[in-house]
Design a protein. Sequence first.
Length: 318
Amino acid sequence: MADERTIRALEEKVAELRRLVEEEGVDLREELELLEARLQKLQREYYRSLSDWDRVRLARHPDRPRGLELVHRVCEAFYELRGDRQGGDDPALRGGLARFAGRPVGVLFHHRGSTSEEQRACRSGMALPCGYRKAVRIMRVAERLRLPLLTFIDTPGAYPGVRAEEENIAGAIAESIAVLLELSVPTVAVILGEGGSGGAIALAAADRVLMLENATYTVISPEGAAAILWKDAAAAPQAAQALALSAPRLKELGVADEVIPEPLGGAHVDPEGTAQAVREAVLRHLEELLQLPLDERLKLRYSRYRNAGNLGTKAKTK
């Protein structure tokens, strides 16, 4: 079985051969084709047998498609709404109105930033209470306008600093979850990268929860769990396995409704292809939800979260 180091070395060789062929006209096409075939074979072997810790690392990849970039790729138009109407705004949690597959929708997403300066301002997607209050405001706008709501999650968790505690981060998250659960409009959540703790649940308590193949969804980071349970953050790979945080395992447990395939190597390899896969999956689930009568959709949502802990057990006992 190939390891990551072998694959990276072969990728570098393929890139160098491709440069010689395309830029310098060296006749190495036959060698290039052989190496590319070998690389694809090793990639298939490696990426189809990833551990949960491997998926954590891919979910955190710095070039992975992020919130704002993906929203622009998935939606035809996006008009941002700012502010929580209490004097605060948060660039780590953004949203507004959009057009998706020709239909107006409400959109919410975590934003981690694309530059070092923006990442610091966004705290790598860890939102403050004003961010979740803004999210609630946009949820209510979608409800008032009778627009389906799409949410895109990518956060290590809500911001854990003193300011967040002083401004009641727990209350803001609780309100976001409560309002999302009570909306009469269809809701679809997509976990793009990291889905961490209450900061993720605040946008993920939807009718349908979809996950990219290498996304994660967990109550605590593997490093945090390792520090608590094993007293050693180096046990993070062991903790990741115990947490069952990967998309394929969460699909088996009934937490996720669909795993959206990624290209070999991860979503960052083909951002446009990833966005197209997300778009198709969201559209399929949204159309199904729109066909359901309101009473039935609300009953299904209630049942989903009321019995969330039993879904995986029921599936296994059938």
